[in-house]
Design a protein around this ligand. Structure first.
Ligand code: PEP
Length: 250
């Protein structure tokens, strides 16, 4: 199964537009070889009814179960709204909300407790050394995550410089060969932290300026299990093309 994650970020601006975009892509849930996961802003999670085949995910959650945490959203709330997934550790939250690996680790453990599949974003900023950053992020974000839970996590190699907004980088996609090297590095690190067997089982996606032209190359050439799409997921036609290109591969 290939995973296709849509990160709508803080878009669109009204529930009417969100519903319209969702209606354009809801049929992608029927694709046999692709699991499509839509991660809209929290207020829109409840406007799509209960979609059967397309999956929903949150873009973030809090590390505590409940209580006096103004402005936060719990894992249980996401589950209650029909989410199966939650994106964690996105570089924009690291950048603008000061999220550390320790905070992400707390959120990840709570997500697992709530029965959500964490989609954990990892990646270096422009000028940083890929291996150095990935090993530190993996070690800290996965601290105290048990062996039997590691398979429940999806990892995304998302180099910060490749994100299309270009706010903190060039916004140019990573070459499939480089995405492959990063995923091999992730597996090597996980074999040390866990075991070779588990490292081979973990699902790794790529994110950063993915579009209909390049999406399939990350699965075919970089041998990854899917892609996370930001900007291009806001265009229903482009996103459908991405989904179909992935579906045609297998
Ligand atoms: C992202 O920010 O998660 C992302 C992948 O964005 P884009 O596809 O727009 O580069």
């Amino acid at each position: 199964m290939t995973f296709l994650v849509a990160n709508w970020k803080m878009n669109p601006q009204t529930s009417r537009e969100a519903r319209h975009l969702f209606d354009m892509i809801v049929d992608l849930g029927r694709l046999k070889n692709v699991e499509t996961i839509i991660c809209p802003p929290f207020p829109f999670l409840s406007v799509f009814g209960s979609p059967k085949s397309i999956k929903l995910g949150g873009q973030n959650m809090f590390w505590e179960a409940q209580g006096p945490y103004t402005g936060q959203v719990s894992g249980k709330m996401l589950k209650d709204l029909g989410c199966d997934y939650v994106i964690l550790g996105h570089s924009e939250l690291r950048e603008y909300a000061g999220e550390s690996d320790e905070i992400i680790n707390g959120k990840l453990k709570m997500a697992l407790k709530c029965g959500l599949t964490p989609i954990l974003c990892l990646g270096e900023r422009e000028g940083e050394e890929m291996g150095h950053v990935l090993s530190a992020q993996l070690e800290k974000c996965l601290k105290d995550v048990a062996k039997n839970q590691i398979e429940d996590i999806i990892l995304v190699y998302e180099p910060v410089w490749a994100i299309s907004s270009g706010i903190v980088g060039s916004g140019k996609p990573c070459l499939p060969d480089d995405a492959l090297s990063a995923s091999l590095f992730v597996k090597k690190t996980l074999s040390v932290l866990y075991s070779r067997f588990l490292a081979e089982k973990i699902r790794i996606l790529y994110g950063g300026s993915v579009d209909a032209q390049n999406a399939a190359s990350y699965v075919k050439e970089a041998r990854l299990q899917g892609v996370l799409v930001g900007g291009a997921s806001l265009d229903g036609q482009e996103f459908s093309k991405i989904a179909n290109s992935l579906n045609d591969l297998t």
